[in-house]
Structures are given as C-alpha cells and as structure tokens.
Design a protein around this ligand. Structure first.
Ligand code: CTP
Length: 436
C-alpha cells in the first residue's frame, strides 16, 4: 500500500537552493550511471518537520561508492571517505554539508511456494532495517521522478500523529540503543512513543537486552541525549521508563535529581546565549548532575559501565571532590572577585558550570557567571617587559607580581597603568633594592 506523493514544492521551499542543486546533480549522476538514488532517513523526516538538517543520507540501488566518487569529481570542493567493507562513502563539503552514501543491499527471498526466487525492492529492504517509521521515508532523486516520496511503512501517518513507532517487535532486541533513540526523538520533537512500542521497551528491560550493549555504544547514546536542547526532559523520561537503571542500579528519578538537571539546563541555556557556543564536553555537566546521588564507588561503576577512558575517569573523580570544596567555599559567604577567581580559574568550564548549577544562593551563582562573563578576560596592563624595565629579574617573581596586579585589578584597587606601577613599587620594591 505504497503511497505516492510529490514533495518538490516542499523541497524548494525548505531546502537552500545550493543544496537543492546538489541533490539534482546527485539524481542526474545516478541516472547516467544507471543507478537509482534516494534521499532517506533523518533529513527527509526533518524536511516534513520543517527543521533544518545538513546531514543528508543517500541510498543507492546500484554502486554507492562509484556514485560517491563520480559526485565528488563533478561537485568539487569536497573530501571523500569510503568504507569498502560496508560499501558506504561520506562526502564532506567545506560549508558543513555532509552526504552519506550507502548501497542498498540486494536481497533475494525464497517465496514459500514453488515460485521462483523473488527480488524485493532493495530500497524497501534497506528501510525495513531502520529504527522508527518516521525515519523510513525516502525521496527519489532521479530526474524522471525527482521529489517523489516513497512511504512504505506509514512514516507520514506517524509524523502527522507525532508517534515514535518501531517497524517490528524485535527491533529493540536487535539493537537496544534504539530505546534511547526513541526517547531522544520523542523529547526532541515533542512526539509520543507508541503504546505497543513502549511495551517493547519494557520487554527489553525485562529481558535485560542492554547487558549485551558495549559501554561505548551505551555512552554514545547517553551523550547524544545530553547534547539535546531538552536533555533534562530526556533524562526525566528515561527515569519514568526505569531506564536510568541501565546505567547504574542506584540511578532513579527523584525530585532532587530533577531539580539539579533543571538547573543544569538553565545554566547551559545561559551559557549558550551569553557566549553563542557550548563549553567543551557539554554532556559532562549533565553527567555530573545525573551522578549526583552516587557515592565514589558507585560513580566508578557508572564510569566503568560506560567505558569512559581511564584519564577521564580519574579527572572526574578528582574534580567531583574539588568542585564540592569550591562550592562550599563559594556558598559560605560572599567573596571578593579576586577570591572567586582564585577558586575557579584552575577548573575546566564543565566543572565551573556544574558548580554554578549546584549553587543554591543566587549570589553564589552570580559569582560564577560573573567569573565566566567578565573575569576571564581581565588582564594586567603591566607586562613582563615592563617589570624587566623596572629592574626585576625574570623568574617566578614575575608570575607572583602579575598575579597580585591581576587580583588588584579584579577587585578594583587599580585602574590605570600608573596605579599598577605604584602598587608594584610599594609591595615588591624591596626585591628591587636587594638586586640592585
Ligand atoms: N538507525 C537505526 N538504528 C540505529 C541508528 C540509526 O535504524 N541504532 C537509522 C535511522 O533510521 C536513521 C539513520 O539510521 O534515520 C541514520 O542515523 P543517524 O544519523 O543517527 O540518525 P538521524 O535520524 O539523522 O538522527 P539525528 O537527527 O540525531 O542526526
């Protein structure tokens, strides 16, 4: 019951012209080589949801690697990476566009009766192996039927009904990471996991399908959720579905956990708005909050289950202890800017943000946000050259003097270079007399 529908209009409206041109070239190149090519997966889904997506997935009925090479030659300004084993290729354009090219495997099925072997559409077979109906839409790119949508599994119906639905009841057993993908898509798009599909998630949990998952894959999906704008909602939903215990048996949804995750979300939104970027390893801030209820040994188990690198594990362990100390100090009483600087400047941004999220008093939060916003840019006007010019011997003393000048500047004790010179003379002048 394949529906046939044109989406040329929607494509013209939603896809930037340069990319539409690329897609037309893809279709033309495939046609000339005698292949059929389709745009599939996330980018088609996002076309209907009207959300921009620069990761294009192509499925080729024919030779995908050959098509990728022909395209690279034709389009230029692109790097190609091929995986012979999987018959896939990746085209990476300078402007951020990525095109993944896969070859639809021809699969032949013996029909039950005495009929000869039948060949199913290899596109349909390829799509049947995917996770959710909303990810199974395909758009034909060959010139003859450019813009024709192929909807084998009622993906359009589920997009309209806002439902996450698997294609068959072994889907989560075959690939348990899909459970986390279901939650991620549900929260990102404000959809609902279908009733039957939710039942299959519960079943996967009951038979502990997750025990076969490697730490790497488990972590990767957790990271993907924590990189979502609605990371906290994803964690909340995991908690509702009792999926947090897949990471560690002690992890459960609680008011306290929700509160700290909400707080992290606010801090991340503030950071993004203020600096128009995210800190390195943004997932780590959520991760620390998620692990808040765990003691040191349990945190070790969690990190081990997720196969985090030993170096990162050590760092997290040390930093959990240190952030607590800093937090205590920050919350005891209001500190001068230079004291705040002292406490925070040796920590990486993820830990600074974690402290900001955990701080209970508004003024303690403000202290961290002021640090991140203003203090990191403050520098003394005096330089090492100035100090040498004054007669100081280069060495550890330079650092000490400049740190003192910086503290004075942060606390508003000095404004001009003359102020700084006067400060250095009065506080460090004795060293000069000794060396002269
Ligand atoms: N896929 C799958 N099972 C998985 C991972 C991926 O079936 N465990 C399929 C999905 O159908 C998806 C396609 O592979 O459409 C590409 O995967 P990915 O790029 O991860 O998904 P997107 O849907 O593009 O998601 P995102 O928007 O997060 O990039």
């Amino acid at each position: 019951k394949l529906r046939r529908k044109q989406v040329k209009g929607l494509m013209r409206e939603r896809i930037p012209r340069e990319i539409l041109e690329v897609l037309k070239t893809v279709g033309l190149t495939a046609q000339e080589a005698g292949y059929k090519v389709y745009l599939v997966g996330g980018s088609v889904r996002d076309l209907f949801l009207r959300s921009p997506n620069l990761d294009l997935d192509l499925v080729v009925e024919g030779n995908g690697m050959d098509l990728a090479k022909k395209l690279a030659r034709r389009l230029g300004k692109v790097r190609v990476r091929t995986h012979k084993k999987f018959q896939t290729a990746k085209l990476i354009f300078d402007d951020g566009l990525i095109i993944d090219v896969a070859t639809a495997r021809m699969e032949y099925y013996k029909s039950p009766a005495a009929l000869p072997v039948i060949e199913l559409s290899s596109l349909k077979m390829d799509l049947y192996r995917r996770d959710f109906t909303i990810n199974t839409l395909a758009v034909s790119l060959n010139p003859k039927d450019f813009g024709l949508i192929l909807d084998f599994f009622d993906g359009l119906r589920d997009l309209k009904g806002k439902v996450i639905r698997v294609l068959h009841n072994l889907s989560f057993v075959e690939d348990p990471t899909r459970v986390f993908r279901a939650v991620r898509f549900e929260q990102r798009f404000n959809f609902r996991i279908g009733k039957f599909t939710e039942g299959l998630i519960k079943n996967a949990l009951k038979i502990d399908a997750f025990k076969l998952l490697t730490g790497d894959r488990l972590f990767h999906e957790l990271e993907n959720m924590l990189l979502e704008e609605k990371a906290t909602d994803c964690m909340r939903r995991l908690g509702e579905l009792n999926l947090l215990e897949v990471y560690h048996p002690k992890l459960k949804l609680s008011d306290k956990l929700e509160a700290i995750l909400d707080s992290v979300e606010q801090v991340m939104a503030w950071y993004k708005l203020s600096f128009l970027t995210l800190p390195t390893r943004p997932w780590l801030v959520y991760f620390l909050a998620l692990a808040d209820p765990l003691d040191e040994a349990e945190m070790e188990q969690l990190c081990a289950r997720l196969a985090l690198a030993p170096r990162l594990r050590r760092e997290i362990k040390e930093m959990r202890a240190q952030t607590l100390k800093v937090l205590n100090r920050l919350q005891r009483n209001q500190l001068s800017p230079s004291k705040v600087y002292d406490l925070l400047h040796k920590l990486k941004p993820a830990y600074q943000l974690y402290i900001m999220a955990k701080a209970r008093q508004e003024w303690a939060k403000k202290a961290v946000s002021r640090y991140l916003g203003n203090m990191t840019k403050v520098k003394p006007l005096l330089t090492g050259d100035d100090l040498a010019g004054m007669g100081f011997d280069p060495g550890p003393l330079f650092k000490e003097i400049l740190e003192r000048v910086l503290a004075a500047r942060l606390d508003g004790e000095v404004t001009t270079k003359e102020d700084e010179l006067a400060l250095v003379k009065s506080e460090f002048g004795s060293y000069l007399e000794k060396t002269v």
